[in-house]
Ligand binder design. Structure first.
Ligand SMILES: Nc1ncnc2c1ncn2[C@@H]1O[C@H](COP(=O)(O)OP(=O)(O)OP(=O)(O)O)[C@@H](O)[C@H]1O
Ligand SMILES: CC(=O)N[C@H]1[C@@H]2OC[C@@H](O2)[C@@H](O)[C@@H]1O[C@H](C)C(=O)O
Length: 407
């Protein structure tokens, strides 16, 4: 079957479902999509269901999270170290040296299992899925060298699930001279527009790395990575206490910020660089906090993340009227408090607006998959630095090669 007849069959399936449910609102042009995100904190896989036209209409449904085991996380860390071998003028992003091939197979299989389990949910029983958005796991991000690598085999995932899969979303942007990240801003903009905020809004995502999106009526979408997120705090907690994170910021709350070390950390040239800009997970060293107590180190790293986020303020066209925080960092009470001090505006959790703290990125990749299918741009001059709005991602159809060619 070719790509055209497959999508015709999907469209027919969609009509069939609408016929079956006369009482339901006919979301004729909406695509039923699942988004999958394995973020830089490497804590696990977020999965979310979204119905969207890839533009203004976004209906978010159920979501879930599946943690990686310690062994899987160790394999991802080893893959990240092995990916560093690809840095250099002759590097090719298709290469999988060291344990990268094993890690990629694990990532693909775990995602397939997570989707299969998710589809068993009762609340998805009457929602046949049209499309999957598969981010994969970033193991290397060096846009200045034309290199960004997300492992995860989209073609294999499409075959395993028997569903179309959009994947490898960052490559086209980096190939066109962009930063390749962040990509979630166009989704943030859709949410913010639907909420009808009157003034400028700063959406702050605190995952492994922190990034922001600035949305203001009548102004172009603007976004960038802003500094470290939780990754260094997680590394500290794992190394010192065998914990996955600083729960609710409890360690940071008992510590004292080392202002000298904080100032040194903030002297990094990244914070003075104009956006667009993006970061590798391991861009910042944790050496400076090695001699501090765990509590003081956690307090200092938490303040570092919050100050990094605030460092974007001078680059914004107008001061934000409010900041909306998503990503796991929104669960860190100390982080939220320090952000309130540093941003000088109302700082609220995404949940205050009915948005998801945890599932936002997975939802975004469902939305971006739909944009891929519709050939709509996902990156923009003021989000990744790309010269003009650019679509991104490849589409794998079951039994077909990337972008629908028969195998
Ligand atoms: N209850 C909590 N208290 C403190 N920190 C938390 C809590 N829950 C989550 N976190 C932090 O959030 C992190 C996970 O955040 P998130 O899921 O947004 O990351 P991610 O998916 O890797 O994101 P990104 O791709 O944006 O880097 C955890 O590693 C942890 O540091
Ligand atoms: C290269 C890469 O994977 N970057 C991630 C990372 O995690 C947060 C921040 O750094 C952001 O730039 C991006 O992820 C989100 C999902 C994005 O593209 O918007």
């Amino acid at each position: 079957m070719d790509a055209g007849s497959l999508s015709a069959e999907l469209r027919e399936g969609q009509r069939e479902r609408l016929r079956e449910k006369p009482g339901e609102k006919a979301w004729g042009t909406l695509v039923k999509a699942i988004g999958l995100m394995s973020g830089t904190s490497m804590d696990g896989i977020d999965i979310a269901y979204v119905e969207t036209d890839g533009q203004d209409v976004v209906k978010c449904g159920p979501s879930d999270f599946a943690p990686y085991s310690d062994a899987e996380r160790a394999l991802l860390r080893a893959a990240m170290a092995d990916a560093a071998a690809l840095i250099g003028p002759s590097s090719k992003r298709e290469e999988r040296p060291g344990c990268l091939a094993e890690a990629e197979a694990m990532v693909t299989q775990r995602h397939a299992a997570v989707v299969a389990a998710f589809l068993e949910r009762d609340d998805l029983a009457d929602k046949p899925i049209d499309l999957i958005g598969f981010h994969g796991q970033t193991v290397l991000h060096r846009p200045e060298q034309g290199l960004t690598m997300q492992i995860g085999d989209g073609v294999a995932l499409a075959d395993t699930l028997g569903l179309p899969v959009a994947y490898d979303f960052r490559a086209a942007d980096v190939a066109a001279g962009g930063e390749g990240a962040p990509l979630v801003p166009i989704f943030h903009q859709a949410l913010a527009r639907a909420s009808g905020f009157a003034g400028p809004v700063l959406i702050v995502n605190i995952g492994g790395v922190a990034n922001v999106t600035y949305v203001a009526p009548g102004e172009p979408l603007m976004a960038c990575d802003v500094g470290p997120g939780n990754a260094q705090i997680d590394d500290l907690m794992r190394a010192r206490c065998g914990l996955a994170m600083d729960p609710q910021g409890a360690f940071a709350a008992r510590g004292v910020v080392d202002e000298r070390i904080l100032a040194d950390l903030l002297a990094h040239p990244f914070f003075r660089a104009r956006p667009p800009k993006s970061l590798d997970r391991n861009a910042f060293s944790s050496q400076a906090i090695e001699n501090l107590s765990t509590e003081d180190a956690a307090a200092t790293l938490t303040a570092f993340t919050a100050a990094g986020i605030a460092s974007i303020l001078p680059f914004l066209p107008k001061p934000p009227a409010r900041a909306i925080v998503c990503g796991g960092g929104a669960r860190n009470l100390v982080m939220m408090e320090v952000l309130r001090q540093k941003l000088g505006c109302a700082v609220e959790s995404a949940e205050a607006f009915g948005w998801s703290v945890e599932a936002m990125e997975a939802q975004a990749f469902a939305y971006l998959a739909v944009r891929r299918r519709a050939d709509l741009p996902i990156s923009f001059p003021l989000t990744t630095g790309v010269a003009r709005p650019l679509p991104g991602g490849f589409l794998a159809l079951p039994g077909h090669d990337t972008n629908g060619h028969d195998r």
